[in-house]
Design a protein around this ligand. Structure first.
Ligand SMILES: O=P(O)(O)O[C@H]1O[C@H](CO)[C@@H](O)[C@H]1O
Ligand SMILES: O=c1cc[nH]c(=O)[nH]1
Length: 240
């Protein structure tokens, strides 16, 4: 069986998937943390790999950018490939000054301006929340480690990467929002709709208040802490 966007067969994917936006980051994660990684799909250049991490089966699949793209891949994984848990390992823009470049954000919830969300259930504004067990396991995995600071709280998922809206970010900050990115709300909504579990662990690559930012190469490589937290959360959280 293949789906419209994934060319694997059932059993090619592990029940747990790490999901960066960038296909090159997916390959790098497979090369650096998976044992015996094999390529299981590359439709449209969206690469997926399956191997093991600390002895447990684990897959990596890129999501591409934005809510429509992550919703396609997450739906096919949960619905057709037996996947139970997806943890996004992406980049994000920091919103408050306290969230610095290279810090990590565990996204417990995701606000969104995307029409995709309002169209799921007519007349209802859904709450897009991370799976509690995964978030708790990630917070535990983050504790005590050295390296970048880890922040825990809501993020903002937007359809626009380039949009000058300083007052929007001021209001989001006033509501405790830590970072901006483009997929978490779509992933959380899809997990809820498909009976799966999801979380986003984000590396801060830009900041809405200043021009300092990671280079494209750093966006591909400087996310080891987030990947370790995400993979450890998958190993330590037990689901029935
Ligand atoms: O680095 P990734 O995981 O792609 O995430 C962020 O980077 C992209 C924008 O540059 C968007 O997909 C955004 O969510
Ligand atoms: O969506 C994103 C990702 C990284 N940085 C941003 O400012 N926005």
């Amino acid at each position: 069986m293949v789906t419209a966007h994934i060319s694997a067969t059932p059993g090619d994917f592990a029940p747990d998937v790490l999901m960066p936006g960038d296909p090159r980051r997916a390959r790098r994660i497979a090369e650096t943390i998976l044992q015996d990684a094999r390529l299981v799909t590359d439709v449209r250049g969206i690469e997926g790999y399956t191997g093991t991490y600390r002895g447990e089966p684990l897959s990596v699949l890129a999501s591409g950018m934005g809510m429509p793209s992550v919703t396609i891949y997450a739906t096919e994984l949960f619905r057709c490939y037996g996947v139970r848990r997806v943890v996004r390992v992406g980049t994000a823009g920091g919103i408050p000054a306290s969230v610095g470049l290279r810090d990590v954000v565990v996204a417990t919830a995701a606000h969104t301006d995307s029409a995709m969300s309002s169209r799921r259930i007519d007349g209802v504004q859904l709450s897009h929340a991370a799976s509690f067990g995964l978030a708790a396991a990630a917070v535990q995995a983050a504790g005590g480690g050295s390296g970048p600071q880890v922040h825990i709280g809501p993020v903002f998922t937007t359809d626009h990467f380039y949009l000058e809206r300083p007052s929007l970010f001021e209001q989001l900050e006033a509501h405790g929002t830590l970072a901006v990115e483009m997929e978490a709300a779509g992933l959380y909504a899809t997990a809820a709709a498909e009976g799966g579990h999801a979380l986003a662990v984000l590396t801060v690559s830009d900041h809405v208040r200043h021009a300092e930012a990671l280079t494209p190469a750093e966006r591909e490589s400087d996310f080891d802490r987030a990947v370790t937290i995400a993979a450890t959360a998958l190993i330590t959280e037990t689901i029935s």
